[in-house]
Design a protein around this ligand. Structure first.
Ligand SMILES: [Zn+2]
Length: 297
């Protein structure tokens, strides 16, 4: 386990984002760095993992770090600055380059290496064929939703809000992160989160402080909530029976945000829970204190 402390925020402009998000950022600016200590992110430089790249000694003004088009979170650990890079599941193993602009305006490049990891396969039978091969009218909806999701996933608050994470509910993990999935024998995207089995109506609690940046009903994901925890670290909740928060709400760790359901493309009630970093899904276990959720009480 690695330990981090936020040193200062980046200065990415909010151009094109909603007025709500601007207000939220102004609100977030009131949070001091001392309240934003981060002691919870574990490194695993595999596809679907988080690479931690050393940037050098901490300075008053921190560098900005990009990986291609992605803005990368920078935090401090024991006087050293580090970049925390969320690696998409689709990334090939091998070297990758970060572009760094230091506080004095000078630029440099750092290389990190993505190591291979073989995720397991999962085959599911979905009885509602329209959810496997959506009708044209569904595709219009799905395409519109995908555009919205892209905007939501690209949002980042400029201060770290969370200081550690809890499991959002108790229950067994019924499907792990990264599974290569086949629906009715047709290959689909790998599993971008973990499934936690629980009865319909089981309360879902915010695992850390954050800001609700989207709620809605999506074709595949059903009733869904997105929470931004700062610096592009996000959590996502799907298939809910009920949503108890609204876009723009500040949530505290342990606060009720909704309930487990089976809305969207599911085979039974469960919480699909994802953790995002720099716009990509990463293994939620890398931000959690334990590999198993607490036992059902
Ligand atoms: Zn899932």
């Amino acid at each position: 386990m690695n330990h981090y402390r936020l040193s200062s925020s980046s200065s990415r402009p909010l151009t094109g984002l909603t007025a709500l998000w601007l207000c939220a950022s102004l609100w977030l600016a009131g949070i001091t760095a001392a309240q934003a200590d981060n002691t919870f992110i574990e490194a695993s430089a595999v596809p679907g993992g988080i690479a931690i790249v050393e940037l050098g000694p901490a300075t008053d003004s921190q560098p900005s770090v990009r990986w291609g088009k992605r803005t990368i979170a920078v935090m401090e650990s024991a006087g050293q600055l580090q970049a925390l890079v969320g690696i998409p599941l689709s990334t090939e193993a091998g070297p990758q380059q970060l572009s760094i602009v230091d506080a004095d305006g000078s630029t440099r490049t750092l290389t990190f290496t993505v190591t291979p990891f073989q995720y397991e396969e999962q085959r599911l039978t979905i009885s509602n064929k329209r959810q496997v091969n959506p009708a044209p009218v569904d595709m219009d909806r799905i395409n519109a939703e995908n555009k919205r999701l892209k905007v939501v996933k690209s949002y980042r608050a400029e201060q770290l809000i969370a200081d550690s994470f809890d499991w959002p509910l108790a229950g067994p993990v019924s499907s792990p992160f990264g599974l290569k999935r086949f629906f009715n024998d047709q290959p689909r995207r790998p599993h971008g989160g973990i499934d936690i089995a629980a009865a319909e109506g089981t309360p879902i609690l915010a695992p850390a402080d954050g800001l609700v940046i989207d709620t809605g009903n999506y074709f595949f994901n059903g009733n869904s909530v997105f929470i931004e925890h700062g610096l592009g670290l996000q959590t996502f909740y799907a298939h809910m029976s009920r949503i108890d928060v609204q876009e723009g709400d500040r949530v505290s760790r342990g606060q009720l945000i909704g309930a487990v359901g089976q809305t969207g493309r599911v085979t039974g009630p469960h919480l699909h829970w994802s953790v995002g970093l720099n716009g990509t899904w990463v293994n939620p276990l890398l931000v959690l204190p334990s590999e198993a959720p607490p036992a059902v009480r």
